[in-house]
Design a protein. Structure first.
Length: 367
């Protein structure tokens, strides 16, 4: 048995190959235990402050990158344990050749996976913080958390790029930063629009013309602010579609923050037929005004007046305000008012007008 284990194939003994296979199998088996253990420890630290999330949510986010990270480490240890056959005449790792390329590919993969795991972890932290922010009445903390999480994600990516450039590609980081200072003007000109949107995001963050959850109208678009990023703001429209608007447009255009209002206005005309008497018209106006004034969800600023003689109708202006910013509640109350107007018109035997034309025909006598 020992003689068999000591046999050499491609520069390594059978025992070396057996050790590598066993180490890989051990890594495949233990990776799940190690990842679950790490997830448990991290989750215990986070859950001390209280959270409705469970450790499985954390495991779903960071489990895959951590497993890949463990297997990369296992693969590196295994390849480092084996020797290349002498007849292959491999160059040393510090000289350009297969070993150098393989080693740098490993470092690159390791850096990418670590960055991936950190970004996933930051996403989980953001979810936990947003969960706690939802317990407060202020919407500003929701915006701050989103802003900070995005900022940390960008910092992680930038640092990862610099570390990989230095460790894998042997780039002089000091010289690179100095070069960026020289080429900064050209970069700024090339990325002018992106920089403008970035600066606009800081204006939105500090000036707070709106926060997440606000109902806004900008550039003809009305919807709820769903997310504020460094480059753009995402708005969920009343039609349930998502629009991404550059932050510069959100800052430079006239923006109406409807959430700052305490009411919604309703304004329309009701047309009565020309056969309606003065008394009937006055009774309709009085009853509609009374209903608007006494409704629990409308304020006392309602105005109901007979305003003009239309082409086919006697026009009654109906103007009132509903004390809600909830779209569903608004539609429900508006429907209640409309149904009551129909009942009032029916009660006073007044018909709704519609466009009509009267044609007079004359018979001409020819002699």
């Amino acid at each position: 048995m020992e003689q068999y284990l000591d046999q050499v194939y491609l520069g390594n003994t059978v025992q070396d190959y057996a050790w590598v296979v066993g180490f890989i199998l051990a890594g495949l088996i233990l990776q799940f235990f190690i990842v679950h253990r790490i997830s448990d420890l991290v989750f215990k630290l986070i859950s001390k402050q209280g959270t409705a999330l469970n450790k499985e949510d954390l495991y779903v986010l960071v489990g895959r990158p951590l497993r890949i990270l463990i297997m990369l480490i296992v693969a590196y240890i295994c390849t480092d344990h084996l020797e290349y056959p002498p007849e292959w005449e491999m160059s040393p790792r510090n000289e350009f050749g297969f070993q150098m390329v393989l080693h740098r590919l490993y470092l690159l993969s390791l850096g990418v996976v670590i960055t991936w795991a950190l970004l996933r972890f930051m996403k989980f932290v953001g979810i936990v913080l947003m969960e706690r922010a939802e317990l407060t009445e202020s919407k500003a903390d929701d915006q701050i958390i989103t802003f900070l999480v995005e900022a940390f994600r960008i910092i992680i990516i930038v640092l990862a790029v610099f570390v990989l450039l230095g460790a894998v590609f042997k780039v002089d980081i000091g010289a690179l930063i100095a070069g960026l200072g020289i080429g900064g003007l050209a970069l700024a000109l090339a990325a002018k629009e992106s920089l403008e949107n970035l600066l606009a995001s800081f204006i939105i963050f500090f000036d707070k013309p709106f926060v997440m959850g606000d109902l806004v109208t900008v550039n003809g678009v009305t919807g709820t602010v769903d997310k504020i990023g460094f480059r753009s703001t995402r708005i969920r429209t009343l039609e349930k579609s998502y629009l991404t608007i550059p932050n510069l447009m959100m800052v430079n255009n006239i923006l109406d923050n409807l959430s700052l209002r305490t009411f919604r206005r309703v304004n329309f005309n009701v047309g009565a037929t020309y056969g309606t008497t003065e008394e009937q018209l006055k009774n309709v106006v009085t009853d509609i005004q009374k209903f608007i004034d006494e409704h629990p969800n409308t304020n006392q600023d309602g105005e109901i007046h007979f305003i003009e003689f239309g082409a086919s109708s006697l026009d009654i202006m109906v103007l009132y305000f509903i004390d809600t910013m909830d779209w569903s509640v608004f539609l429900k109350i508006k429907a209640e008012v409309n149904f009551e107007i129909m009942r009032i018109m029916e009660r006073h035997v007044v018909e709704f007008a519609f466009p009509t034309q009267t044609i007079h025909l004359e018979n001409s006598k020819t002699e």
